[in-house]
Design a protein around this ligand. Structure first.
Ligand SMILES: C[S@@+](CC[C@H](N)C(=O)[O-])C[C@H]1O[C@@H](n2cnc3c(N)ncnc32)[C@H](O)[C@@H]1O
Length: 288
């Protein structure tokens, strides 16, 4: 049995023997029956594959929730010039991680604090890495969805979210999952665009399941219904195609809280026409 599975099974055994009370430092925060996440460092292969999947850049802030000896944020800093931050419930590991950052010469860009992952301010993160057991990963999901900005990349090592299909999965000895935090686009939008020579208004309804979106548009208040084709959300970037007046109109743009805007192209090659579009969120009663 590999060491990770052995530790997990030992955790299960302790949880059962002690009637659900955790033996670990995370006792106060682990619900009865859930196995506390023990310390097991990612291998060098895993660290590299996680950072590769995240496509880390110097401009990134890489936050490792449950950071152990700090190897993920430290490698992000030494190899990509990124900034890093980590939290761990275990004070000894936090001390070791800060020493490791000093040794690697990146203590000015990477720091570690002793903290519960649920208490951590993650709003500034652009990449979040997780090597935590499935119970903790899934309990963390609402916090991640509420606090992270659209476009933030979440990389999960071995244990992903139960109800969220990853944007990418990679298997290299272990499994790694990339999730890009999607903007919230569900609901009603009023879109203005020039189609042909005329200004059109489209009343758009969008349904959303994480990054998957679908919906349709009514043309000029009460006109025909047009389905949205090839609709896709990638962080705060939206794409879809409307076929109107015999032409496919390819919309792409950026989503903000109350509006989205971008460009729409129709036609190909020398006949291509490119224009701008903008949509305002339509609030229903009770929404603010
Ligand atoms: C499997 S280790 C991963 C360490 C490091 N991220 C890596 O990949 O090498 C999980 C870490 O999460 C920490 N941990 C578990 N529950 C935590 C919690 N609620 N808040 C903060 N850290 C936690 C453990 O102490 C452990 O160091």
């Amino acid at each position: 049995m590999d060491p990770w599975r052995l530790r997990v099974w030992l955790g299960v055994l302790c949880a059962v023997v002690l009637g659900g009370a955790s033996t670990a430092h995370a006792a106060s925060i682990t619900p009865p029956g859930e196995v506390p996440t023990p310390y097991l460092p990612s291998t060098q292969v895993a660290v590299e594959e996680m950072l590769r999947l995240a496509d880390v850049k110097p401009s990134d802030l890489v936050v490792d929730l449950g950071s152990g000896d700090g190897r993920i944020p430290i490698t992000a800093a030494t190899h990509f010039g990124a900034r890093g931050f980590g939290v761990d419930i275990d004070a000894k590991l936090v001390e070791e991680a800060n020493q490791n950052a000093h040794k690697a010469g990146v203590a000015d860009r990477v720091r570690f604090v002793q903290q519960d992952v649920f208490e951590t301010d993650i709003k500034e993160a652009t990449v979040v890495t997780l090597y935590l057991l499935t119970g903790l990963v899934n309990r963390l999901k609402p916090k991640l969805m509420n606090e992270l900005r659209p476009g933030t990349r979440i990389i999960a090592h071995d244990f992903g979210f139960q109800d969220w299909t990853p944007d990418r999965s990679v298997n290299i000895s272990k499994n790694y999952f990339l999730y890009v935090v999607p903007a919230n686009v569900a609901g009603s939008w009023r879109l203005e665009a020039t189609v042909g020579d005329a200004q059109h208004t489209y009343d758009i309804e969008l349904k959303q399941d994480h990054q998957k979106i679908r919906g349709g548009a009514r043309v000029n208040a009460g006109g025909g219904f047009l389905p949205l084709f090839e609709s896709r959300l990638d962080g705060d970037r939206i794409r879809f195609v409307l076929v109107d007046e015999g032409r496919a109109h390819h919309f792409e743009g950026r989503v903000h809280a109350a509006y989205m805007e971008g460009t729409v192209t129709a036609g190909i090659g020398s006949g291509m026409v490119k224009r701008t579009w903008r949509a305002e969120r339509v609030l229903t009663r009770g929404e603010r």
